[in-house]
Structures are given as structure tokens and as C-alpha cells.
Design a protein around this ligand. Structure first.
Ligand SMILES: [Zn+2]
Length: 356
């Protein structure tokens, strides 16, 4: 019964707009009422309110001042908890989960960052008796007006300042709206962290039929066979950096290849199944306004079908775009990963592959 009454005393609707009174005040004519800004009773202490380029000392009675102090502490604790959870989420998710999409990571970070802030708002203590606010009874609006929840106090302030209090609606924020900036920063950093911590593994299948790739004995990814180059060929996985057990099965479920692969953070990787007759190379195209477009070839070593690629790839299994002929190109380079049967590689590469 006590717990139920306790729950009833909490406000479960966060940041609900409710009636308030807005007063536009000038510094030279500002004379604050001496009663508690929350309940209107005799004030015992003053709390600094900073905003609009100035600091005001708002009077509160002992009881309302205690509630305000608790609200400020709750806001600070919620903000710190939000920041710690966002950082923890960004740092540990790539270690805890072997496969996670960018959408999944964005969802995790937003939930972790917003939970303490929403909880602080939802569990806000309800004001009682003559009180008009559960914490701060006066705050600055974005229009540089003082927003008051106590009508009598607002009218007295307006009268002292030679102005009038106008009726408005305002939300009582348990946590500062700036606290949400932490969530926004965490979300902004998530794509870069995800790109670095979950390096890409592209799987090409040169066998006769479809294959499936099991990652660490759990998730399985189907990959259709490839013979010719196509930017849509292969399976593109995002796995966390570190060691992974990869088991390749054919359409009948028989294991045809098993290996332990080490994925490096921030680097792309290529797994080419049944690729002994194929050669791979990087094509780096330079674009410039003045300089003539140049193409540089780098053959990948003939290996066992797994490569940690030395650079990020702009064009997978397709040539880079041809340079614009109108001399409006702003320059830069693009890297393409290409493949062909070793008997069909471009002339420029034959000697390089022959040496390997
Ligand atoms: Zn009070």
C-alpha cells in the first residue's frame, strides 16, 4: 500500500507543458519579491539562477529549497549517468557483440543515453500543498523572459518591474535540455566508432553453387556464386575486430573451408572462396584539375583466399569512375578492388603476378 502511494506521488509524464506566467524584466528596474518563488511563503534562502547574461538570486523557503537541491542533484546524477552509459556503450558494444549493424548500435547508444534522463523526469517528485513546482519554480525562457509557475509571485515581480505577467505554457525540466546534447554527441560519434570497430568482411564465392559462411559457430550468411566482376557480388559482413572462426559450407551443408581470421579495426577484409585461379589487385585512380588522370596498379599477393586490405575501398569489383572531361574535377584519389582469372589480368599486371 505504501509502495503504491509512493508510486502515485511520482509524476510519470515527463516534461508536460502546463500553465505558467512569463515576465519580461529589465536589469535596471528588477526588484524580486521577497517571498518563496515556489509556494509564496516566507523565504529563508536564495538560489542563484543564471541565464540571459546575468545571475539572479531567487528566494525560496526551507522546504522548497530542499526540494530544489534534490532536483538539481537528480539532474546532475542523471546527466553524469547518461554520459557514462553513452561512453560505456560505445566502448564495450564492439567487444560484447560480434555482429552489430549501425542501426542496432545507434539504437543501443540512444537507449543508454536517454534512459537516465527519462527516468529522472518520470520519477520526479510531485509538488504538494501550496507548492507550484517540484524543483525550480523560476527559469529563463528562450525569449529572455522569466517563466514563473507561481502566479502571485509572477504578478508581484511584474508589478515591481513596471510590467505585466502574461499567461504562457512551460515545461518543468527535471534535467537540463542541454543534457540531451550528450545523447546527440554520442549518436553523432556512433557511425565513426561502428565503422572502425566493426570492420567490413566481403565474401566472394567462386565455387559452382551457393555457400553459407558461419561466423563463430552461430550466425550464418548465404553467398551466391560469382564469376564475373560486379559491384553487387558477394556478401558484405560487419564483424567486430579480433579473431573469428569462419566455416564455409556448400549447398548440401558439407564443410568446404574452415579458417580462423583476424580482422583488424578500421580495415576492410576480403575472403574469396575457391579462388585459386583468380588474381586480385587494387586500382588507384588520381583525379586532378590540371594533372592528367593517372592509374596505379597494386597486385594483392596470391594467398590462401583471405586478405586484410591496406586501404579503404571506394569501388568493390568495378572500375573507378572515369575522370570528368570538363576539367571541373576537384582532385583526389579513388581505390577500386578488381579481380579476374589470372590468365586475363591487364597487361600492366602480368609481370607483377608472374613474379609472385
Ligand atoms: Zn516554498
Amino acid at each position: 500500500m505504501f509502495a503504491w502511494r509512493r508510486l502515485q506521488s511520482f509524476r510519470l509524464v515527463a516534461n508536460r507543458q502546463r500553465p505558467a506566467w512569463c515576465v519580461r524584466v529589465e536589469t535596471r528596474s528588477l526588484a524580486l519579491p521577497q517571498t518563496c518563488a515556489n509556494c509564496g511563503q516566507i523565504a529563508a534562502e536564495a538560489h542563484r539562477l543564471i541565464g540571459a547574461g546575468r545571475g539572479l538570486l531567487i528566494p525560496y523557503c526551507s522546504r522548497c529549497a530542499a526540494h530544489l537541491a534534490r532536483a538539481v542533484t537528480t539532474s546532475l546524477a542523471a546527466t553524469l549517468a547518461s554520459a557514462m552509459l553513452v561512453v560505456t556503450c560505445l566502448a564495450t558494444l564492439p567487444r560484447l557483440v560480434s555482429e552489430l549493424s549501425l542501426v542496432g548500435m545507434l539504437l543501443g547508444v540512444s537507449l543508454a543515453g536517454s534512459f537516465p534522463l527519462l527516468a529522472a523526469n518520470a520519477l520526479r517528485r510531485r509538488f504538494e500543498g501550496p507548492q507550484t513546482s517540484s524543483g525550480r519554480a523560476v527559469h529563463w525562457s528562450s525569449r529572455n523572459e522569466l517563466v514563473c509557475f507561481n502566479a502571485q509571485w509572477a504578478n508581484q515581480l511584474a508589478g515591481n518591474s513596471g510590467t505585466t505577467a502574461r499567461s504562457c505554457r512551460a515545461a518543468e525540466h527535471t534535467v537540463s535540455p542541454w543534457s540531451w546534447l550528450i545523447c546527440a554527441l554520442g549518436l553523432a560519434a556512433t557511425p565513426s566508432v561502428h565503422h572502425f570497430s566493426f570492420p567490413q568482411l566481403v565474401v566472394l564465392n567462386f565455387s559452382e553453387g551457393p555457400i553459407s559462411v558461419e561466423v563463430d559457430g552461430s550466425t550464418s550468411h548465404a553467398v551466391e556464386p560469382t564469376s564475373l566482376e560486379s559491384s553487387r557480388a558477394g556478401g558484405k559482413l560487419r564483424l567486430n575486430s579480433g579473431h573469428h572462426d569462419l566455416l564455409v559450407r556448400d549447398a548440401k551443408g558439407a564443410a568446404i573451408e574452415e579458417r580462423e581470421a583476424y580482422l583488424q579495426a578500421g580495415r576492410p577484409h576480403l575472403l574469396a572462396v575457391a579462388s585459386k585461379d583468380y588474381c586480385f589487385w587494387l586500382e588507384r585512380d588520381s583525379y586532378g584539375k590540371q594533372a592528367e588522370a593517372r592509374r596505379h596498379f597494386t597486385p594483392l599477393p596470391r594467398g590462401d583466399g583471405f586478405w586484410v586490405l591496406p586501404t579503404s575501398i571506394d569501388s568493390w569489383f568495378a572500375a573507378n569512375p572515369t575522370p570528368a572531361q570538363d576539367e571541373r574535377s576537384t582532385g583526389g584519389t579513388m581505390v577500386a578492388l578488381r579481380h579476374a582469372l589470372c590468365s586475363d589480368v591487364p597487361t600492366e599486371l602480368r609481370a607483377a603476378f608472374a613474379e609472385r
